[in-house]
Design a protein around this ligand. Structure first.
Ligand code: CAA
Length: 282
């Protein structure tokens, strides 16, 4: 597996593309609109520049990696891809449209993967005529730094396909692989999202300040960042979508999105990427 496609050059897509080109794969990112192409390219080159300045990679290797990246809006360029990883927004209809398109443009041997953080993979896979070749491949933010990838098999995924992807992620990308069944949230978000929602409820009730909630979990539990800082980093829209998927799947009250999370997303307060979340970044 050397020819990889990535759908979407946002935070996750750019991060996935970066780790693949650093590992020697040739990557095509498909962007939704021509005006997004340049910023997707820049996202990858800026992060690679950061890796160079931190001594994680040489300038020469970063340049060679960037030369393996193409960003385009042309789905037909995916015809020769071994693996295509979709990293589009968490919207089932959009993902199904993308997978139907991928089914048309990719070869019969191509493996299709979704980086969904919480939508059951089968709901995406059935948009194709080859659901046995569809897996979940869930990376974590920031992708170049976080070691984990969850590999999700649906009820109909060919296990040889899941094994092939797990082998690539582990042995080529050098990530830690865990395998999970096809339930909303998989392992990490099924545990993380209720914790984040509970922190938002605690903050919304006025029980403690954002700073103190975060300081408590950093200092008291040794977490690298507190839950509200983590919400801002992940994106409040992503946290909301994950919470909605989990609540739709399990119907348990503690999984329901807190009203404040919904209001902040409606107000455009998406966290770090919008400049305002539980903290101000401008
Ligand atoms: N490329 C390569 N390496 C990089 C890098 C880059 N672009 N940027 C940073 N690094 C490296 C640094 O060199 C450093 O490495 P060393 O420890 O070897 O020196 C390491 O990454 C940490 O970087 P920093 O020291 O700058 O930053 P930090 O110590 O403040 O850590 C963090 C930053 C890794 C993000 C840390 O705060 C953390 O782990 N936070 C929690 C993140 C998390 O929980 N992510 C999961 C979110 S949930 C999700 O993504 C799933 C979903 O579906 C919603």
């Amino acid at each position: 597996m050397q020819k990889i496609g990535v759908i979407g050059g946002g935070t996750m897509g750019a991060g996935i593309a970066e780790v693949c080109i650093k590992a020697g794969s040739e990557v095509i990112i498909i962007e939704a609109k021509p005006e997004f192409v340049e910023s997707a390219q820049k996202r990858v080159s800026t992060s690679l520049g950061k890796a160079v300045s931190r001594g994680k990679i040489s300038q020469e290797d970063a340049d060679a990696a960037l030369a393996r990246l193409t960003v385009t809006v042309d789905y037909d360029t995916l015809a020769d891809r071994d693996l295509v990883i979709e990293a589009a927004p968490e919207n089932l209809d959009l993902k199904r449209q993308i997978f139907a398109r991928l089914d048309e443009v990719t070869s019969a041997e191509a493996i299709l993967a979704t980086n969904t953080s919480s939508i059951p993979v089968i709901q995406v896979a059935t948009a194709t005529k080859k659901p046995a070749r569809v897996v979940g491949v869930h990376f974590f933010n920031p992708v170049p730094v976080m070691p984990l990838v969850e590999i999700i098999s649906t009820l109909v995924t060919d296990e040889k396909i899941a094994d092939t992807v797990a082998d690539y992620v582990k042995n080529t990308l050098g990530k830690t692989v865990v395998r999970a069944g096809d339930q909303s949230g998989f392992i990490v978000n099924a545990l993380l999202i209720p914790y984040l929602c509970q922190a938002i409820r605690m903050y919304a009730s006025g029980y403690a300040t954002a700073e103190d909630i975060d300081a408590a979990m950093v200092g008291g539990c040794g977490y690298p960042m507190g839950p509200l800082t983590l919400c801002d980093t992940v994106g409040l829209d992503i946290a909301l979508a994950a919470s909605e998927s989990l609540y739709a799947e399990f119907g348990e009250p503690h999984l329901a999105p807190p009203p404040l999370l919904r209001r902040m997303v409606e107000a455009g307060q998406l966290g770090r990427k919008s400049g305002q979340g539980f903290y101000n970044y401008s």
